[in-house]
Design a protein around this ligand. Structure first.
Ligand SMILES: O=C(O)c1ccccc1N[C@@H]1O[C@H](COP(=O)(O)O)[C@@H](O)[C@H]1O
Length: 215
């Protein structure tokens, strides 16, 4: 069984970035979205990005950011992946893909099997889908889980990942139940909104790795 990829998102300090790298995360997520308690400016994101060693990928997360701001952020941060967590269309993502070599992930809120079927429209546009709970107070990062049963027997047409309310306590079950090739967590690893807890980051990575080993 291939390794489950682990994305730790919403990191905003050097200490928590280092903790996620040391714990074995494959992806470090930086949220550039002002309404979020995890928002980092382009300058902060570029500084955090610079600490991440080769071999660990950096994901810049934006929400309906306009094309000029997106270009500016990509140029300064130089992420490996751009995660789009708003209502970006396949057409817009397709245009972006023509202009950059970057890997692009599209987050999709899943409330029914229909949501999964509709996500097929991103097949030729994005490189990976991130299945999250439907939007709440924020478009994501609400600590809400989607109904994992919806993913059972779903025929995935492209690479994907599971997000939404993942914690050190439930991530192993999530991996075994859904077979997710990538898990993505943010608010479940915090002591308060926007404040990551390094012990939770470590426990999450350990639990995800042990689930992969026992699957
Ligand atoms: O983390 C945020 O603040 C955020 C803001 C806007 C869009 C997405 C956001 N986070 C992403 O949402 C999912 C699920 O997060 P959670 O584990 O339920 O808190 C994940 O991809 C986060 O990176």
């Amino acid at each position: 069984m291939p390794e489950t990829l682990i994305k730790i998102c919403g990191l905003s300090t050097p200490e928590t970035v280092d903790a996620a790298v040391d714990a074995g995360a494959s992806h470090i997520g930086l949220v550039h979205y002002e309404p979020s308690p995890r928002h980092v400016s382009v300058k902060q994101a570029a500084e955090l990005r610079a600490r991440v060693p080769e071999g660990v990928k950096v994901v810049l997360l934006t929400v309906n950011l306009d094309p000029k701001e997106t270009a500016y952020a990509l140029q300064d941060v130089q992420p490996d992946v751009l995660q789009l967590h708003g209502t970006e269309t396949p057409e817009w993502i397709g245009l972006l893909r023509q202009k950059t070599e970057l890997e692009i992930w599209k987050a999709v809120g899943v409330k029914s099997r229909t949501s999964l079927e509709k996500a097929a429209k991103f097949t030729d546009a994005a490189h990976r889908l991130i299945f999250d709970a439907p939007a709440g107070a924020l478009p994501g990062g609400n600590g809400l889980a989607l109904d994992w049963r919806l993913l059972l027997n779903h025929k995935h047409q492209m690479p994907w990942g599971l997000a939404g309310g993942l914690t050190p306590e439930n991530v192993a079950d999530a991996i075994r139940y859904t077979g997710a090739p990538l898990v993505d967590a943010s608010s479940g690893l915090e002591s308060e909104p926007g404040v990551k807890d390094t012990a939770k980051i470590r426990s999450f990575c350990e639990a995800a790795k042990s689930a992969r080993a026992s699957a």
